[in-house]
Write a protein that binds this ligand. Structure first.
Ligand code: NAI
Length: 337
């Protein structure tokens, strides 16, 4: 089901205090959109630690509260828009104990709700309003009078009003202009983690191996980098796929290319990939294995140098032949060597 503006009643938000916990990519965009949809500034409160994001909120005329517990006490609606890995610690320890029993908590990603990492009271509403866009686009499309794709769901209906409130909030941030798609925290998390842990790693591997095979066959670094991604051809292909269709975009390519791509894809046996995808989906994503392993390293992600596991992964990835070659090409292009 797809919900539009006509399905949503903004009146449900009148007299509600709406707190945004976090004023980053999503928080800043959604709070500004909501205010411009007619929610009075005095009904909006930004809860943010003392940092540049808090200053940004103040400079945009918002009221800012640094004490998360105090913000939780006044919230009828609480948008949880700090990074996913920080949400369980911050919400469970500082906000949840003081949150009203009838508050609605709004998540923009299903992860922490699907894996049950957040503590809610049964009387509270838990709503997902998850834009499928980066924050700057959530804002710029709204300013242009357009909407953006968004998933919406009522994950817990403590007040009996969870879905109408979810739709009303979706309208206030501008999502129902384009149509907000009925989904769930499970569906959103499953698709997100699958794309991140199965689909895109395979795409990275395909590029890595293609680069090495062609390099070994005598192609130059420059030619390969441009042929494969620096020309932005892959970006254009996906752009056309979104506009014209996944298969129909092929018609923009030469006949030789169309014939090669279609016959090549049909000849490839996807059985091994399908099996690998199922393994990742069921034995890594849905069974919570990734989630529990990630929870164990979550605090290390704020550390410096090799103590941060993400830095180690970057270092290892930079040693790929493709990455090394690209570094040389970019240095030559910049006239550095
Ligand atoms: P962000 O990384 O931009 O968050 C920054 C905000 O979080 C700032 O207000 C900062 O003060 C606060 N913050 C950061 N660490 C904190 C901590 N340890 N304690 C307290 N406050 C902290 O977050 P972003 O990207 O806007 O993500 C928010 C939510 O939106 C997440 O659930 C994410 O999955 C979801 N989302 C994000 C999208 C994006 O465009 N980045 C797209 C769709 C959903």
């Amino acid at each position: 089901k797809i919900y539009y503006d006509a399905d949503a009643d903004l009146g449900l938000l009148s007299d509600k205090t709406i707190v945004f916990l976090g004023f980053g990519n999503q928080g800043a965009a959604q709070a500004q959109n909501l205010r411009e949809s007619g929610i009075p500034n005095e009904n909006i409160l930004i809860a943010n630690r003392v940092d540049a994001y808090a200053e940004d909120a103040k400079s945009k005329g918002f009221r800012v509260e640094h004490d998360f517990g105090k913000a939780g006490e006044v919230a009828d609606v609480l948008f949880l828009l700090i990074p996913d890995q920080a949400q369980p610690r911050v919400f469970n320890e500082q906000v949840a104990p003081r949150l009203k029993p009838t508050a609605a908590v709004v998540i923009a990603s299903g992860y922490n709700v699907f894996f049950k990492l957040l503590n809610f009271q049964a009387t509270q509403d838990v709503i997902m309003v998850a834009p499928r866009m980066i924050g700057s686009s959530v804002r710029s499309l709204y300013v242009k009078g357009k909407g953006f794709p968004c998933f919406v769901s009522a994950e817990q209906d403590g007040t009996g009003q969870a879905l109408p409130i979810a739709l009303s909030l979706s309208r206030a941030i501008g999502a129902t202009r384009a149509g907000a798609i009925a989904s769930s925290a499970k569906e959103e998390t499953m698709m997100d983690l699958f794309a991140e842990q199965a689909l895109w790693p395979n795409i990275i591997v395909l590029f890595r191996e293609a680069f090495s095979v062609l390099k070994e066959a005598g192609c130059s670094d420059e030619a390969l980098c441009y042929e494969m991604w620096m020309s932005k051809e892959p970006a254009e292909i996906f752009e056309r796929a979104a506009e014209d269709g996944f298969v129909d975009q092929l018609k923009h390519h030469s006949t030789v290319s169309q014939f090669g791509q279609l016959s090549g894809a049909l000849a490839l046996d996807g059985a091994a990939t399908r099996e690998q995808f199922k393994q990742i989906l069921y034995n890594q994503v849905l069974n919570g294995k990734f989630c529990s392993e990630f929870s164990q390293i979550e605090e290390d992600l704020e550390k410096e140098g090799d103590a941060n596991p993400l830095n180690v992964l970057y270092k290892r990835s930079e040693s790929m032949e493709l990455a090394q070659a690209e570094k040389r090409v970019r240095a030559r292009l910049a006239g550095l060597v």
